[in-house]
Write a new protein. Structure first.
Length: 262
């Protein structure tokens, strides 16, 4: 039997929390980790004292704010979010849509920002949420701009279908990813949730490497997806320029030179 280190035990406790289990009792944590109740109690108490877990009046535990604080220090998360946030607010004002900023993490996309619009379609995406790349617009953009080897690795894995429209056939996905690379935009319908349209484009950083994706979600049929692309690409270029992407800087310089002649 493998003996876990102290660090592995702590990580195992933190790992039992997910979108379906935001609050857990001590016994539930014990059962999900396989640790004895006494061991779970000791480790959970240490995590609570440090701020990694919070204990509520009903006795259940949730992830603590200290974890959120650390998460904001990640270059691909918090710093990107800080740079992108003004642009994302402008995008939401222009489109009245849900806005998502995603970065790659393994085979998944993690949302480092998620702005919910009023009176629009509810979506499962949230700040810190994680979804498989093949199931979301932002994830498909990131996958399309990843290496061929990584794409084949993802396509060879088990691809979960969330709706009948979720792209799970490897050949269909290869074709779709090629189109995304060519057009620079991913447009999907009812891919993760029914009656939801998603449109996403890449964000580039230094050396023009795709480091993130920005996407919007709206009710299906509420707007032409292609009518949303200009606002999305303008947002992506603004964020990319702020991140030092050469192509975005060159585009801005070219537009500035053309402006007096318009």
């Amino acid at each position: 039997m493998t003996v876990l280190t102290s660090a592995q035990r702590v990580l195992a406790i933190l790992g039992v929390f997910d979108t379906e289990n935001l609050a857990l009792s001590l016994s539930e944590i014990s059962r999900r980790t396989g640790f004895t109740l006494s061991t779970t109690h000791r480790l959970v108490n240490e995590l609570r004292c440090w701020g990694a877990l919070s204990r509520h009046a009903d006795g259940k535990y949730t992830i603590g704010l200290r974890i959120l604080e650390l998460g904001t220090l990640a270059p691909q998360g918090g710093q990107l979010r800080e740079t992108a946030l003004p642009f994302l607010h402008d995008l939401q004002h222009a489109t009245h849509a849900n806005i998502h900023l995603g970065v790659p993490e393994g085979h998944d996309v993690i949302y480092v920002e998620s702005l919910r619009a009023r009176d629009t379609v509810p979506v499962p995406s949230r700040l810190g949420g994680r979804w498989p790349m093949h199931a979301t617009g932002t994830g498909l953009v990131l996958l399309a701009h990843s290496s061929q080897e990584f794409q084949e690795e993802v396509l060879a894995s088990e691809l979960c279908a969330y709706t009948v429209n979720t792209l799970t056939d490897p050949d269909a996905l290869r074709h779709f990813l090629a189109e995304v690379r060519k057009s620079g935009v991913a447009i999907v319908e009812s891919q993760l949730t029914y009656d939801v349209m998603a449109v996403a484009v890449p964000i580039r950083g230094a050396r023009d490497r795709v480091v993130a994706a920005v996407g919007i979600t709206l009710p299906s049929g509420s707007a032409s997806p292609h009518s949303l692309v200009p606002a999305l690409t303008t947002t992506a270029r603004g964020i990319s320029r702020a991140l030092g992407a050469p192509s975005a800087a060159h585009f801005a310089a070219r537009e500035a030179r053309r402006a007096p002649n318009r």
